[in-house]
Design a protein around this ligand. Structure first.
Ligand code: SF4
Ligand code: SF4
Length: 372
């Protein structure tokens, strides 16, 4: 089997000292206590595959997909190994050789046929007609087709703030394809469609509520295309606004989505926003900000290994319900995965996206001070 992409990282794989620091943070290892599921195990497998010393049998392929790309091992790794690059490069080589997990094959087919991983063919009308505007809102597939309340509340916030904005004719951002090792050409095709859709509307700033979409635009799109617009998460945008919020006398904690947390270091803005809520008590979970635990949904894990994903989400809910009665996050896919985890544990906690919470408290007469 040709392992071109993985071979490029072979030297880096050799710098793993097997110290095991990654074991202390990996949500997958915490779930199954199985060494091949943690970073060093995957580095060993990737090295074996790159050198053609081991066969890509089903068990090896399965392990290479046991990674949510949460990046916590990279934070702890004394050798600064780019674990996610190694995992994704190895996945890309495996896919090229025909090793595709059935659940991922379905996602790829859905994106190809419908432009979204859920295979939804009906368009959802959010009551905003596309037009020329400086500000665009990229809804993302999960808020468009699953947790639609997040899109509705985000649109409501922008309207209350009297921001002149537009939706764009978006397709899937391509994050999932990229993470599960699908061919780069397919990913670039989606990127081009989205960039054109934003540019066609004259957008200068594109806002996101999905952590994965924003991270993909910020890091990957810029590598391949010339984006003539800024990208920003809604929490960054809202943190600068002069918001008038109604009181909420409840205990609130915040789950940092890996893709805007460890990957983009957006920690302060959501907290600043939550601390503006009168009478609310903001409390941190044991694992928060840079040491936040993954919800268990990323990196293609939710579809490939839903049972593990659910258990990881349940653990996060346990941590949250120890300290608060409202768990807020800023990513529809995290919300969706946490709700999925809650189907079994039924934690005594309300799970909300930050846009849902803020819109519910936002006094309508307030005027934004950051309209570009
Ligand atoms: S922390 Fe880094 S060097 Fe240590 S075992 Fe894990 S991947 Fe290897
Ligand atoms: S990125 Fe996260 S899930 Fe993947 S090996 Fe590292 S700690 Fe584990």
């Amino acid at each position: 089997m040709k392992m071109d992409r993985a071979r490029e990282l072979e030297k880096e794989m050799l710098t793993c000292t097997f110290c095991g620091f990654c074991k202390s943070v990996c949500p997958y290892f915490e779930d199954n206590q199985w060494d091949p599921s943690v970073a060093r195990g995957k580095v060993i497998l990737a090295y074996g595959l790159a050198r053609n010393e081991i066969e890509p049998d089903d068990s090896v392929v399965k392990r290479m997909y046991q990674c949510t790309t949460c990046k916590d091992c990279e934070r702890r790794c004394p050798s600064n190994i780019r674990v996610i690059d190694i995992v994704q490069a190895t996945r890309a080589d495996l896919v090229k050789a025909g090793h595709v997990i059935p659940a991922h094959a379905k996602i790829v087919e859905n994106i190809e046929n419908t432009g979204n991983p859920y295979g939804e063919t009906k368009d959802v009308d959010f009551g905003v007609h596309p037009k020329e505007a400086n500000v665009g809102y990229f809804i993302g597939c999960t808020a468009r087709y699953r947790n639609t309340s997040i899109a509705q509340h985000s649109i409501s916030i922008l309207k209350k703030l009297r921001i002149d904005f537009t939706l764009i004719d978006e397709v899937c951002c391509g994050s999932t394809l990229h993470r599960i090792g699908q061919p780069q050409n397919d990913f670039v095709r989606l990127m081009k469609e989205n960039v054109k859709a934003a540019q066609d509307r004259g957008v200068k700033k594109l806002l996101f509520t999905c952590a994965g979409c924003l991270h993909t635009f910020k890091e990957e799109y810029a590598k391949h295309l010339d984006c003539s617009f800024e990208v920003e998460h809604m929490v960054q945008f809202l943190a600068r606004q002069n918001l008038k919020l109604r009181p909420l006398p409840r205990k609130i904690t915040y789950h940092d989505p890996c893709h805007i947390g460890r990957h983009m270091k957006i920690y302060e803005e959501p907290r600043a926003l939550l601390k503006k809520i009168p009478e609310a008590e903001f409390v941190e979970m044991r694992q928060s900000q840079e040491s936040s635990r993954c919800c268990g949904g990323g990196g293609g894990v939710r579809s490939a290994d839903p049972d593990a994903s659910r258990r990881m989400a349940s653990k996060r809910l346990d941590s949250a319900s120890e300290v608060a009665d409202v768990l807020v996050t800023s990513c529809p896919f995290c919300v969706n995965t946490l709700e999925f985890g809650n189907e079994t544990v039924e934690a005594d906690i309300e799970i909300l996206d930050i846009t849902e919470l803020i819109d519910g408290l936002l006094v309508t007469s307030c005027i934004g001070d950051d309209a570009p």
